[in-house]
Design a protein. Structure first.
Lengths: 342, 373
């Protein structure tokens, strides 16, 4: 496997096959159940959690993470990773501010930003697929580079005079119902990515790439092209998240969303996507995003300190990476026992 | 490569369509000018707010501060020694008027993470939020929601746009801070000629940027400081290690440097630590804003002769009393109203809803042992 330094050893593959799809689906089910339980417990125990206003805050808080987590799910399933997403978001935000200062219409700016996002993603894609470099290294490079460019574009300024009609639209609720407007595009996009991943041959080929990209290549899957377009999509979605972020906080700044890549990767892994590729579902990831957001929201309302919140995020990340491995180990041990008995 | 062209052309068509449609530009917005700004203030939630103030628009200086008044303290980030001291003052004041004190905040000093905390506080129904803003504008929509939920917003240390908060407790005027830092350099060089580098906090820090701009203006306009030349501004991001490295970098890249001004407590102590262990000790002047506690050893070992600061404990103390006076109705936030701030005495609200703490204090070897913050 080129993407990540860890090659799945045959024993692991063996175990994976034996666990089968029922096991994998159950990890998503676990996350969804844990999410439901967290929402219930928080609703009962934490004052101020179960209100329409708080729901609005929660959705607004996780929206950017959700937007980037969708393409990131596909990228990680193919065994690659894109750590430059938050920096791309910051760069897009800077460009958006600068173009607004230059007097371009917002509609044009948004289209330009998404095109630029796709280009930023294409840069990652070219390095990973054409030059066959590991995406971890490439995107750590572009993580630093894009953030640097963001400061070159906008410097230390903040552009904050976006029209209130636009910034309000992003944080508003649907007329008459206490449901955040942002939920609509999120649901539509999640459905698109979900269908793409789970209901098309292209989606299924991504699992094959993640399991073993050489085998996938020999089976006729266009490995490099798929990966390239996934990086382009991730860039474009990061740009969309950047546009959202800029409107939500009514502030275009170079340091917007610094460090967000960690939350995105944490949510994706929490949602049951294997960091080694080849495994994971989009509903699971969306549940992971919501679980992370709900926990942080509820704990903040319960006056838990920021340091403790960071520890929670870190622990969740470790648990979500560790649990599947532990299950696999347990399965392997059990089957060995069985063999020994025979 | 062929498969790419249809998508590219789709993008281009979209782009053309979007530009052809015209749409919302900045000029449209500024043409509306003030109208746009009032529209922002008159949205639904803010409407309730203005009704509220309408009914109690008359200040009642004799109003009692209600017991159990909820005072929430929201710094730029937790675990910053400066805000810990400010919080100590605010907590002490809250104890004096028998309020309930709650300190919270994000672990990183970014605008967006602060918004989540403002949302949380407004959800919890805080009466007063004492806020040091990470971004003058990004927190405003959240503040507006908190105000519509009944909270009074008092900013301290770093202000937001004046129209979004109730009052700002200013630790010192921009001119006061800029002047004292330039004066400390001029006092220490012969002939008042000096090449100066500034070691600031983050590139977006509202405070530091205003002070630096004011220093630049004073150097141009005031003859007493005309010998000073600011050669560069470096950013230590208010992180100890980064500031240390930046100080090191400055001294290496500018061999003729006479002085470093670090208008941030993290920056000055990191720079002092570097200089005291380097060949530049006693050669390069280091001054700026620092805590007596952190700077004591560097004043005693001769690395630093003078530095300045307001008393952060008094800043927090005044901010909490200001919030209590607002929430109880002793003041409404109008210019010229006065209120009592416990041991600090009477304060008056100035222009733009500002309450000024007082002139900064200069610390040197003679007086540093009188301060323990």
């Amino acid at each position: 496997v080129e993407g990540l330094p860890v090659a799945p050893d045959t024993a692991n593959l063996d175990a994976r096959r034996r666990i089968g799809w029922s096991q994998l689906a159950s990890w998503d089910a676990v996350v969804i159940v844990v999410l439901a339980a967290t929402v219930l417990i928080a609703g009962v125990m934490v004052e101020g959690f179960a209100t329409a206003r708080n729901l609005n805050f929660l959705i607004l808080d996780v929206a950017a993470i959700a937007l980037i987590a969708m393409p990131m799910t596909l990228v990680i399933i193919t065994g690659e990773i894109d750590l430059s997403v938050a920096s791309a978001l910051g760069l897009i935000s800077s460009v958006m501010g600068q173009l607004w200062l230059a007097g371009l219409p917002l509609e044009t700016i948004i289209v330009l930003c998404i095109v630029l996002g796709a280009v930023l993603g294409a840069v990652n894609g070219v390095f990973v697929t054409r030059f066959r470099l590991p995406s971890l290294a490439v995107t750590i490079g572009t993580l630093a580079m894009y953030r640097g460019l963001a400061y070159v574009v906008l410097g230390d300024r903040a552009v904050a005079d976006f029209p209130p009609s636009w910034t309000r639209a992003v944080t508003s609720s649907l007329p008459g119902i206490p449901i955040p407007t942002m939920l609509l595009p999120l649901v539509v996009l999640a459905a698109v990515f979900g269908l793409l991943l789970h209901a098309t041959p292209m989606g299924r080929s991504l699992y094959a790439i993640g399991a073993n990209d050489e085998a996938a290549h020999f089976a006729g899957v266009a490995v490099a092209r798929s990966k390239f377009w996934l990086f382009v999509t991730t860039g474009a979605m990061s740009a969309l998240a950047g546009v959202y972020w800029t409107f939500r906080y009514a502030s275009a700044r170079a340091d917007n969303a610094a460090g967000l890549e960690l939350s995105v990767v944490a949510a994706v892994l929490l949602g049951g996507v294997s960091i080694f590729g080849g495994r994971g579902t989009l509903p699971g990831v969306m549940a992971g995003v919501l679980l992370l957001g709900t926990l942080l929201n509820a704990l903040r309302l319960a006056n838990v300190s920021a340091e403790a919140l960071n520890i929670v995020t870190g622990l969740l990340l470790i648990i979500s990476v560790l649990t599947p491995s532990v299950i696999a180990l347990a399965q392997r041990a059990r089957s060995r026992e069985r063999k020994a008995r025979q | 490569m062929k498969s790419r062209s249809p998508l590219l052309s789709l993008f281009l068509v979209l782009l053309l369509l979007a530009s052809a449609c015209g749409g919302t530009t900045r000029e449209d917005e500024s043409a509306q000018g003030d109208e746009g700004a009032t529209a922002a203030g008159e949205s639904e939630p803010a409407g309730e707010e203005s009704e509220d103030t309408g009914s109690e628009a008359v200040a009642n200086p004799d109003a009692e501060i209600p017991d159990g008044l909820g005072i929430a303290f929201l710094p730029k980030a937790v675990n910053n020694p400066y805000f810990t001291i400010v919080s100590g003052g605010a907590s002490a004041a809250t104890g004096e008027f028998a309020g309930e004190y709650n300190e919270t905040g994000p672990s990183d000093a970014s605008a967006s993470s602060q918004v989540s905390y403002i949302n949380t506080l407004s959800q919890q129904g805080s009466d007063v939020i004492l806020l040091s803003a990470n971004d003058a504008n990004a927190v405003c929509p959240a503040i507006e929601q908190a105000r519509s939920a009944g909270a009074k917003i008092v900013t301290f240390d770093s202000d937001t746009s004046p129209e979004c908060r109730d009052l700002f407790v200013n630790q010192a005027t921009t001119e006061g801070i800029a002047e004292v830092q330039l004066q400390m350099v001029v006092d220490q060089v012969e002939g008042g000629e000096a090449q100066v580098a500034i070691l600031s906090a983050t590139p977006n820090a509202t405070n530091q940027n205003t002070w630096i701009a004011a220093m630049e203006q004073m150097i141009e306009e005031n003859d007493a400081f005309s010998g000073i030349e600011i050669v560069t501004v470096a950013y230590g991001n208010d992180e100890d290690e980064k500031s240390f490295q930046e100080a090191q970098g400055l001294l290496q890249s500018y061999p003729d440097l006479d002085a470093i001004i670090a208008p941030t407590t993290v920056g000055i102590s990191a720079a002092a630590r570097y200089i005291s262990g380097s060949q530049y000790k006693g050669q390069v002047i280091l001054t700026g804003l620092g805590f007596p506690e952190q700077m004591r050893e560097f004043v005693k070992d001769g690395t630093v002769a003078q530095f300045a600061l307001w008393n952060p404990e008094e800043l927090g103390y005044l901010a909490a009393w200001t919030g209590a006076a607002l929430a109880s109705g002793q003041i409404t936030g109008e210019e010229g109203e006065t209120f009592s701030a416990g041991e600090l005495g009477e304060y008056e609200i100035g222009a733009d809803g500002e309450v000024l703490l007082g002139p900064p204090t200069v610390f040197d070897e003679a007086n540093i042992d009188d301060f323990d913050f």
